[in-house]
Design a protein around this ligand. Structure first.
Ligand code: NAD
Ligand code: MG
Length: 401
């Protein structure tokens, strides 16, 4: 039965980063459930024509573009079609959208630390916060969780590994510490699991973004190739499930069928499985605690390739260890690591540094940029982020090809 028929008001949804991989998959799930969701807000940074097309299709109350010139384009295009969406621009407008009283749920699908301020705004406003934007929690850490707690928000993981773990755990959070011995995040190993590491300096952006199992945005695709994605996910899991860093571990599982596991105190291991399709965790976040159709193809156990597991090779993937190094370093170190990596990935995609330099830059910044006391406000976090980016940009300059 459709929600509207059941007499339930639609869930009013804002999608931050609606033109990206997660954003469009979210709209794909929403489209399967007429009446259950109302798209109240959409936002995009670059692909403005796509934002316009989305607004024409979904007729949201609000839309946010990167800057005023782009906002004007959206406004004009919508007005010409008689669509009355209120179009604004800039980071402040994103925070306003995330906290708007017309919004029940926020899908945080922006890439990078730029997503932190609107995530905090949604958390403080007590929204149901669907978190795909892992960099926000990596940068925000304890501050982010405090905002969720104090705002009375509901934080639902969308990253497939964290959704898997969330699905395996008992509904009552108070039972988690007594349940979990440790977590096993699965990692596909990315496109270079078997490539000779001696040739890593010759990897091109095209090779790095071609992930064997998942179709994703460019930044997370490069992160998957370096294994920084898993490093960010280790940090994300530490915060989401409130664990000591050593209780978050990683295993390579090239088929991406087991999306992660909880190793319980009694030795039982709970795993969540499915085809590698982000619509599953997205649908779970949208409908939690219920389940709705996601559109993902079903697992066929008769046709399934053998599932294999192996340890992560630290020489091939030196970035992975930076997760624990940052978590055990001074408060703020995960902010430094994330900012360094954002600069490194962009420089690699722009062909200014080699693939192997991404790790060197990240490790160098972690060693070089010392947080000055524990950053205890968003301003302090953003200042540390900016300081790291300046050091990282200088490193790129000095090490450019
Ligand atoms: P993407 O690059 O495809 O999309 C990013 C979206 O954010 C776009 O709509 C873009 O316009 C917007 N955006 C980019 N920079 C912005 C800025 N500075 N300010 C405002 N908006 C901005 O990225 P994606 O693959 O959809 O990933 C989004 C987030 O979800 C990332 O944090 C990623 O790590 C996480 N995630 C993605 C996947 C996946 O399968 N794609 C899986 C797990 C987690
Ligand atoms: Mg993931």
């Amino acid at each position: 039965m459709k929600a509207a028929e059941a007499g339930r008001p639609p869930q009013r949804l804002a999608i931050l980063g609606s033109t990206g991989s997660i954003g469009t998959s979210t709209l794909d799930v929403v489209a399967r459930h007429p009446g259950r969701f109302e798209v109240v807000g959409l936002s995009a940074q670059q692909r403005i024509d796509e934002l316009i097309a989305q607004c024409l299709r979904w007729r949201p109350r609000f839309a946010v573009a990167a800057d005023e010139a782009r906002a004007r384009r959206v406004r004009d295009a919508l007005r010409a079609q008689g669509v009355a969406t209120e179009v604004r621009s800039g980071p402040g407008a994103l925070c306003d959208l995330a906290a708007a009283p017309e919004v029940d749920s926020v899908m945080a699908a922006i890439v990078g630390a730029a997503g932190l301020p609107p995530c905090l705004a949604a958390a403080r406003a007590g929204k149901r916060l669907l978190l795909a934007n892992k960099e926000a929690i990596v940068v925000g850490g304890a501050l982010f969780l405090r905002a969720v707690r104090e705002g009375g928000a509901t934080l639902l993981p969308i990253d497939s590994e964290h959704s898997a773990i969330f699905q395996c755990l008992p509904p009552d959070r108070a039972a988690w510490p007594a349940t979990i011995d440790h977590l096993l995040l699965t990692a596909s190993g990315g496109p270079f699991r078997e490539r000779d590491p001696a040739s890593f300096d010759r990897i091109t952006p095209e090779e790095a973004v071609a992930h064997p199992n998942w179709v994703m945005g460019r930044k997370i695709s490069v992160d998957s190739a370096t294994m920084m994605n898993k490093a960010l996910e280790v940090i994300e899991a530490r915060w989401l499930f409130d664990l000591a860093p050593r209780h978050v571990r990683v295993v390579i599982h090239p088929q991406s069928i087991v999306h992660s596991m909880v190793v319980c105190r009694d030795g039982s291991v709970l795993a969540q499985m499915g085809t590698p399709d982000m619509r599953v965790p997205i649908a779970y976040g949208l409908s939690f605690p219920e389940r709705i159709e996601s559109g993902a193809p079903r697992l066929d156990f008769h046709a399934l390739a053998p599932l294999s597991f192996e340890p992560a090779d630290e020489r091939r993937f030196p970035s992975l260890a930076l997760a624990w190094a940052a978590l055990e370093g001074p408060a703020g170190s995960t902010t430094v690591l994330n900012a360094a990596n954002e600069v490194a990935v962009e420089a690699f995609l722009d062909r200014r540094i080699g693939f192997d330099a991404i790790h060197r830059l990240n490790a160098a910044m972690l060693a070089q940029v010392q947080p000055e006391g524990a950053p205890d406000s968003i301003d302090a976090l953003l200042a540390l982020d900016a300081r790291t980016r300046a050091h990282a940009a200088a490193w790129v300059q000095a090490n450019a090809r």
